[in-house]
Design a protein around this ligand. Structure first.
Ligand code: GLY
Length: 385
């Protein structure tokens, strides 16, 4: 068992954020006219068209770099990408799924908040409208994937909690409560079903055709009853965001239990294996992105919970980010590389249904949330979510 990592200091966090910004700057020419793919291949991100569920994270990094430096090069590149997201939603290019929040919050809500760009704002509202089309009244949930109502796809996934801030933003921005209403309904169903009694989580949850709860199944975890690390991380960050928006006691309860469960399964360096069924001596790869996501959840809790409740959360987040900055962030920028190594997108097991991709690589959301965590530690940050 390794010693627990030391909390990252303010000076270390600023240096780590400077290093992250240097990598983003080096990558700007590679991924402004195209997007950056979800995960690297042998340590380098392939470019991709704006068609993946993950394309919002790279522009999110650009907006964080702009906030840190005020450099117009970042602003200009972020607006080029925002225009691409505007086209994507107007032309409905691969938007028949629930990931509108992962796409449009960091790419367009951030652009609008930081520059006032109206096209980015309007694109984000259209994306929120698109997300509403995924709502299933029978069961009261946002269907994650596939044709609406198809029996094999009659389910939601825990990741969706991060899509909901787009709906709350759209209600606040337009004055129309319909977006927040659907977000509240989905949240209630997700909190009641995705979180197991011990605080662990199901990746996906099927509803029955009559709208009653069905059963939990994995797609990207090792097996249905295991503990997919990133699902747990989405559960931690997603539930505290839900609490911020709903003040529902169930959301706070889910946050506390999901965090407690996560902490009991962490290895010494606070970076979990891709499924928390495993410890590092199993030889299974880590998922560094989970650590970055949970650190953001902890720092959000510090922002929104009373000091007496959130007291230890900042130290925990600093320990997690310290581990990432010292042992997972590359020492120097390389064209096409990312910010934290040893992420895992989807690892095939005998029991799951995913396609194997991005194992032990950089992941675009891992990079984004690492940068978000550093930004939260270095500034009084106004969240995009
Ligand atoms: N939202 C899919 C993933 O976390 O891989």
């Amino acid at each position: 068992m390794t010693n627990k990592p030391l909390p990252i200091t303010g000076g270390e966090a600023r240096a780590a954020l400077d290093n992250a910004v240097a990598q983003v700057r080096l990558n700007l020419p590679l991924y402004t006219e195209t997007c950056q793919n979800h995960s690297s291949v042998d340590g380098i991100y392939p470019p991709c068209p704006n068609e993946e569920w993950t394309c919002g994270f790279w522009p999110g990094e650009i907006w964080l770099a702009y906030e840190h430096t005020g450099d117009r090069a970042f602003r200009d590149a972020g607006l080029v990408l925002a225009a691409s997201f505007d086209r994507r939603i107007r032309e409905k290019i691969v938007v028949d799924h629930h990931d509108m929040g992962f796409l449009y919050t960091p790419a367009c809500v951030a652009a609008y908040k930081l520059t006032g760009d109206r096209a980015a704002r309007d694109a984000a509202v259209l994306a929120a409208d698109q997300l509403l089309t995924r709502f299933q009244p029978k069961g009261q949930f946002l269907q994650a994937w596939g044709p609406m109502g198809e029996p094999g796809n009659y389910r939601f996934i825990i990741d969706c909690l991060l899509n909901l801030p787009l709906l709350y933003w759209a209600s606040a921005e337009t004055g129309d409560g319909k977006y927040a209403d659907i977000a509240n309904r989905h949240t209630a169903v997700c909190l009641a079903n995705s979180f197991r009694p011990d605080g662990s989580t199901y990746h996906t949850f099927y509803m029955n055709p009559d709208g009653s709860p069905g059963s939990g199944r994995t797609c990207q975890g090792y097996r249905d009853d295991s503990f997919w690390a990133r699902g747990q991380a989405w559960g931690v960050y997603g539930s505290i965001l839900s609490w911020r928006y709903t003040k529902s006691p169930a959301a706070l309860d889910a946050f506390r239990k999901a965090l407690d469960f996560y902490l009991t399964r962490l290895p010494g360096d606070l970076v979990p294996c891709w499924d928390m069924l495993f410890q590092p001596d199993s030889g299974e790869p880590r998922d560094s992105s989970s650590a970055a996501i949970v650190a953001c959840g902890l720092l959000e809790a510090v922002r929104v919970l009373p000091r007496r409740e959130a007291g230890g959360y900042e130290t925990l987040a600093r320990e997690m980010v310290g581990s990432l900055a010292r042992d997972y962030a590359p020492a120097r920028p390389v064209p096409g590389a990312g910010l934290i190594a040893h992420g895992t997108y989807s690892k095939k097991s005998p029991y799951n249904t995913c396609t194997q991709e991005g194992v032990d690589e950089f992941t675009s959301w891992g990079d984004y949330f690492y940068m978000e965590a550093l930004t939260r530690l270095c500034a009084d940050w106004d969240p995009y979510w």
